[in-house]
Design a protein around this ligand. Structure first.
Ligand SMILES: C[C@H](O)[C@H](O)[C@H]1CNC2=NC(N)=NC(=O)C2=N1
Length: 101
């Protein structure tokens, strides 16, 4: 998978298929809300497993009933790449089973 920085247009195109995700500065971000702290922790563990599988890791924050991600690609100078998009897609696919919204 390409690890070149994506252009603004490429980022916008990819975000159009990732509802809830946005570009905050130089990072893709999303906040998920859950029904309980335990559900949030469960999603956070699932995200950690995905991140280890991809060898690509967001700043992952567990709140009371929230899970927040912020990610870019350090090895591409801290810009957004398709690695970040792939992580976002994988987390989007996993989140509904935890009741995330
Ligand atoms: C050595 C290891 O593969 C690298 O440090 C990986 C791990 N996780 C990473 N995560 C993120 N978000 N960006 C990276 O460039 C990155 N690099």
């Amino acid at each position: 998978m390409a690890v070149e920085p994506l252009s603004q247009k490429e980022i916008e195109d990819r975000l159009s298929e990732l509802p809830g995700w946005s570009l905050d500065g130089d990072r893709l971000t999303r906040v998920y809300r859950l029904d309980s702290h335990f559900a949030a922790a469960s999603l956070a563990v699932h995200v950690a497993r995905i991140q280890d599988e991809l060898d690509h890791h967001s700043e992952l924050t567990l709140g009371y009933n929230t899970v927040s991600l912020a990610v870019n690609t350090h090895s591409a100078g801290g810009s957004v790449t398709d690695l970040d998009v792939e992580l976002a897609r994988r987390v989007e696919a996993a989140a509904p089973a935890h009741g995330a919204r």
